[in-house]
Design a protein around this ligand. Sequence first.
Ligand code: C2E
Ligand code: MG
Ligand code: MG
Ligand code: MG
Length: 294
Amino acid sequence: YDAKHRGDGIALYAAESDHNSPRRLSLVADLRKALEDPEGGGLNVFYQPQIEISSGEVVGVEALLRWHHPAYGPVDPEELIKAAEPSAVMRQLTRWVLAEVVAQLARWRPMALRLRCAVNVSVRDLHNDDIVEHVTDLLREHGVTADQLQLEITEEGLMADPNRVLATLAKLDKLGVAIALDDFGTGYSSMQHLRRLPLAEVKIDRTFVFGMREDPDDAAIVSSIIELAGALGLRVVAEGVEDEPTWRMLHQQGCEVAQGWFYARPMPAEDLLAWIARTTLPGARRLASRLPAA
Ligand code: C2E
Ligand code: MG
Ligand code: MG
Ligand code: MG
């Protein structure tokens, strides 16, 4: 995380100068091709477990996009999303990820694995409400219930015009798809978002979580977010938990759910089952006992 992602003056400048860079243009063009490729063109969805701290139960996963570009190799998801967002290709990408995820949820179901999966969407995907129909159709087609799907939106995306997305969020909420506010604490009007959007969850930005062991200010921010979320009846998830002391601190502060490299990195769907089977978390062991023997 650097200045580029914090929405200051440098960010604007960098975004503009990058906008027509040859690399961005070729990423967008190649992404279009990849999305037309029935094999996915190097696109993949990885899944990172989300764990309830008190029980060790795997309560869900977050879907994270991966792209192995034919020439560039692995592309940083943040770069990819930034490149795609201003273009119409973003909408296709979001649809592709949603379709992959809902199909995967349907594949897990016969294995008695009923996980909730969070999908990141760009706020621009919500300017128009056709995403609601797309999600409704996918869920029906695969026999997946709306409560198994969650959407994450970032504060950064909301800064421009939160009103434009309110109607779409309300429809998704009514459908039963929970909405999480991602990267909480990094935006300019976090409190406004908490008041006005139909949210079920806030995710504490990983930059605060990284710092909380050593920086008392970060620790204070994290515990305030946990308290605020609790008072508002929102679920709170800490992301970026890389070590046990941070895990313990979060537990002491009353954080319910965490995800991070300390327990698991994002992984392909096939590896998730193996991870659940071999992990030592008590809740994961309970899940593993329901899986068919490998
Ligand atoms: P995010 O939604 O905030 O996702 C969390 C990021 O933190 C992921 O980065 C994840 O791999 C990383 N992470 C999780 N635990 C740890 C940890 O313990 N330590 C460290 N250092 N990192 C950790 P990733 O996968 O690189 O994705 C970056 C961002 O790209 C995401 O941030 C999200 O905003 C965006 N993104 C990823 N996939 C998609 C997608 O399918 N659609 C959209 N619109 N955005 C996506
Ligand atoms: Mg996210
Ligand atoms: Mg985040
Ligand atoms: Mg982010």
